[in-house]
Design a protein around this ligand. Structure first.
Ligand code: GA4
Length: 317
């Protein structure tokens, strides 16, 4: 966790607002494609994930994080299980506690949680996976790629390596409320890009998430508990040969309010080869990246620092 005196910058380029995609309208594919190219980030509305399911999970998450630390640490573990402050295993820290689950279509490898939480998680991840596939299919269509399931099939099979994570950012007493110019910030989760294909985030009504624009400025994402936020991750940047941007993002702690977010990191199977799609390049020379498997990338990721540029070693010289 860093207490920084850096000012939150104001965007210099013509940014107006976070792109909003209505997934019930097939024509939104054009806006989605543009959002992926310009920001690597968009908000999805009119989705089919049930609000009741979301409420159950929200409630269960709040209950879990309210438990005494001694009880939560009984289910501590990395990469799956409970964690507090420490992020990854290379020394990063943040004003955050979390609970990560391995998630695949048939399996939830976590035996300590309550039955209610497990059931809610299974139902939620099933529903979010379906929405993720719909979004990826719309995106593939927007790129003019056939078949429609070119991307969605990477995250929908039995062996996909996805993660589901609950993050809790408690109110932070280190933030000085008397400082009115916004220069006193505490990092909840430091700047990074996600390594998978796409990430799907939902949060309660507390803001804190920021995305980084190409001019380097940070944009605060207004919270919206009824919508989902999608961010392009590293593997999708490679698959599209850099056309879609893996968005750098971070979370700032709040002085008074708790933020609870739930994120589904949609990854491919460990053996999946990741390289620019041949239909997006005219010949091999145009490829910006060396091919890798998800397992290779994942291994290098888990040995890196949060803010590292993890794709750099795979860029063609
Ligand atoms: C960033 C995206 C996901 O939160 C995550 C993170 C993972 C972790 O918290 O264990 C990592 C980070 C994330 C990338 C670099 C490594 C691994 C922390 C870290 C320092 C769960 C993931 O898949 O990669």
């Amino acid at each position: 966790m860093t207490v920084s005196s850096k000012l939150v910058e104001v965007p210099k380029s013509g940014f107006s607002s976070i792109p909003v995609i209505d997934i019930s309208d097939p024509e939104s594919k054009h806006d989605m494609e543009k959002a992926c190219e310009d920001f690597g980030f968009f908000k999805v509305i009119n989705h089919s994930v049930s609000s009741e399911l979301v409420s159950v999970l929200d409630h269960e998450a709040v209950e879990f994080f309210s438990l005494p630390t001694s009880q939560k640490t009984q289910v501590a573990g990395y990469p799956f299980g409970y964690g507090k402050r420490a992020i990854g295993r290379s020394g990063d820290v943040g004003w955050v506690e979390y609970f990560s689950f391995f998630s695949s279509s048939t399996l939830l490898l976590f035996s300590h949680s309550t039955l209610v939480l497990e059931n809610a998680l299974l139902e939620y991840t099933k529903s979010v996976r379906k929405m993720t596939c719909d979004v990826l299919e719309m995106m593939t269509d927007g790129l003019g790629i056939k078949p429609r399931n070119t991307h969605s099939k990477l995250v929908s099979g039995e062996n996909t390596d996805s993660i589901f994570r609950l993050n809790h950012y408690p109110p932070c007493p280190l933030i000085n409320n008397n400082n009115t110019n916004g220069s006193n910030i505490v990092i909840g989760f430091g700047e990074h890009t996600d390594p998978q294909i796409i990430s799907v985030l939902r949060s309660n009504n507390t803001c804190g998430l920021q995305i980084n624009l190409s001019d380097g400025s940070w944009i605060s994402v207004p919270s919206d508990p009824s919508s989902f936020f999608f961010n392009v991750s590293d593997s999708l940047q490679v698959l599209t040969n850099g056309r879609f941007k893996s968005v750098k993002h971070r979370v700032l702690a709040n002085s008074r309010k708790s933020r609870v977010s739930m994120i589904y990191f949609a990854g491919p199977s460990l053996t999946q080869r990741i390289a620019p799609l041949t239909c997006l390049i005219d010949n091999e020379d145009e490829s910006l990246y060396e091919e890798f498997t998800w397992s290779e990338y994942k291994n290098s990721t888990y040995n890196s620092r949060l803010s590292d540029n993890r794709l750099q070693p795979f860029e063609k010289k």
